[in-house]
Design a protein around this ligand. Structure first.
Ligand SMILES: C[S@@+](CC[C@H](N)C(=O)[O-])C[C@H]1O[C@@H](n2cnc3c(N)ncnc32)[C@H](O)[C@@H]1O
Length: 233
């Protein structure tokens, strides 16, 4: 029987478009060789984080890690903590797996899937200590704003995955998106703003972490970087 068009469920609006970007042969090989060590297959079922990492430790989630430079650097610098990265861009995932294997890091795992599904299905309530979202796609055109990942429902979902006292750290170099993020985060009753005056973090906090690839690109274009830090109540 033919499906009636008006009864089809609406297509979910995604915050990304998968582009058939160029993947190097080394990145492709890394996906095959190192997935068993670092990769976590997406399944609509809650992950057992202590089982996944083989220990009980604080866990940071980085959403949309790009080429994973920043995530790997943190995993190496903070060996007492576990790091979970979620990305949909396969060349970036391959890049990270290659570098992770070379560094021999043990406290890092990677999921190749939409972070919204991962938060909904794979991460239980109160399971994370920190969520980082650095330079998410700004979708600058008004008609594309609905694609921005930072929306009230997304923020409420990720806040529910944090333990009490857990951190939410966002950064962007797109001023209108920064203003929007601030409104959305300040509007989430589960979160409290750590910045003085309830605004953005000061420049000292920006300098405290290494720049990501998209941050460097934004800075070359003369964009101001905005950082937001909140804590789960
Ligand atoms: C503008 S790039 C920033 C990459 C990196 N954080 C940086 O600062 O260099 C945004 C990244 O988020 C990823 N992304 C967007 N929406 C996502 C989602 N729903 N789940 C997982 N990754 C997503 C994209 O594939 C892209 O690599």
């Amino acid at each position: 029987m033919q499906q009636s068009f008006d009864k089809r469920p609406p297509r979910a609006i995604r915050s990304y478009v998968i582009r058939a970007g160029r993947i190097t042969s080394a990145q492709q090989r890394a996906l095959g060789e190192h997935w068993a060590r670092y990769g976590v297959d997406y399944q609509p079922r809650e992950l057992d984080l202590p089982l996944l990492f083989g220990r009980v430790a604080p866990c940071t989630l980085e959403i949309g890690f790009g080429n994973g430079e920043h995530l790997l650097e943190r995993a190496l610098a903070q060996p007492a903590q576990d790091f979970l990265g979620v990305e949909v861009h396969r060349p970036g995932i391959g890049h990270l797996l290659l570098a992770a294997a070379k560094a021999g890091v043990t406290n890092l795992r990677v999921i190749d899937h939409d972070a919204v599904d991962v938060l909904q299905q794979q991460l239980g309530p109160d399971s994370l200590d920190e969520v980082q979202l650095l330079f998410p796609d700004p979708w600058p055109k008004k008609r594309h704003h609905k694609r921005r990942i930072v929306q009230p429902g997304f923020v409420a979902l990720l806040a529910s995955r944090l333990r009490a006292g857990g951190r939410v750290h966002f950064a962007t170099d797109w001023e209108p998106y920064a203003e929007d993020m601030l409104l959305v985060l300040n509007g989430c009753s589960l979160l409290a703003n750590c910045a003085d005056g309830g605004g953005f973090l000061g420049i000292d906090a920006v300098e405290a972490r290494s720049a990501t690839r998209f941050q460097r690109r934004g800075e070359r274009l003369g964009h101001r970087v905005r950082e937001l830090l909140f804590r789960r109540r």
